[in-house]
Design a protein around this ligand. Structure first.
Ligand code: NDP
Length: 244
């Protein structure tokens, strides 16, 4: 399916790398105006060089107030993709408060903050908006050394549910995608050792991990009017991993 998002404005967090970069460029190709959030100026400028419909915004989402002051100035947004995320791999018995905080700041609190700012403007401007939260299979499955990450994604799914009922009343839909491993920088950090990734891979009926291309269609579907009556849904993108 070819999507045409002309006249739509999108905001993608974590746009400098991996999944966010792919989605940002794909939205740009589909003719949306895209605000791209990340912390790395060089990578943000590279996005603009590829497509000048992409507007870079250098923001540290862990900083609540800085994020608010930047988002307050933006024009109204139709589509929001809450993709930015971090992980920290450590045993349950040794993880520190600081490490847990760092993961929750970005993976949970920043989603609430960014969505609140964007949703307020959607409501003020009568926009039937769509928000997609990038969660993970890790929201419902326990993974070794992923205590902070699994906690954050479980919490994110609850954020999605509450946003779906509260924002649904304003014709703003909120949905989630829940992929398994994608070999981005984050994916490699956790899964590049075949003795760790092998057991997961062997349980995926389709026999492979997720490619960046596999994510574009599901996210576009949830953003677009093709999913007009879908709100509070969780779309697994895991080749059947969770079925077995
Ligand atoms: P990457 O590590 O490749 O990219 C993460 C992105 O998040 C970067 O653009 C980074 O920007 C941004 N980011 C992180 N912290 C901040 C911050 N404080 N402020 C602003 N931006 C920030 O990760 P992926 O592309 O793999 O992951 C994207 C999302 O997908 C995450 O939510 C992740 O949990 C989820 N996911 C990933 C899977 C995987 O296996 N890779 C599987 C399932 C879900 P910068 O570097 O410029 O700070």
């Amino acid at each position: 399916i070819t999507y045409d998002f002309s006249g739509k404005t999108a905001l993608v967090t974590g746009a400098t790398k991996g999944i966010g970069r792919k989605i940002c460029l794909a939205l740009g190709e589909a003719k949306a105006k895209v605000y791209a959030i990340g912390r790395t100026e060089k990578e943000l400028n590279e996005l603009k060089a590829v497509n000048d419909g992409i507007v870079p915004l250098c923001v540290d989402l862990a900083n609540w107030n800085e994020t608010v002051s930047i988002l307050e100035k933006l024009e109204p947004i139709h589509y929001l993709v809450n993709n930015a995320g971090v992980t920290h791999l450590e045993d349950f018995l040794s993880i520190s408060k600081e490490s847990v905080d760092k993961v929750l700041e970005v993976n949970v609190k920043a989603v609430i903050n960014v969505s609140q700012q964007v949703a307020k403007r959607m409501i003020e401007n009568n926009i039937d908006g769509s928000i997609v939260n990038v969660s993970s299979v890790a929201s419902s499955r326990a993974l070794d050394k992923h205590i902070a990450y699994c906690t954050s994604k479980g919490a994110l799914d609850q954020v999605t549910r509450v946003m779906a009922i509260e924002l649904g009343k304003h014709q703003i839909r909120v949905n989630s995608i829940n992929p398994t491993v994608v070999m981005t920088d984050m994916g490699k950090k956790a899964w590049s050792d075949p003795t760790v990734s092998g057991p997961v891979l062997s349980r995926i009926p389709l026999g492979r991990f997720v490619e960046l291309d596999d994510l574009v269609g599901p996210i576009f579907f949830l953003l677009s009017d093709s999913s007009k009556m879908i709100n509070g849904a969780f779309l697994p993108i895991e080749g059947g991993l969770l079925v077995g």
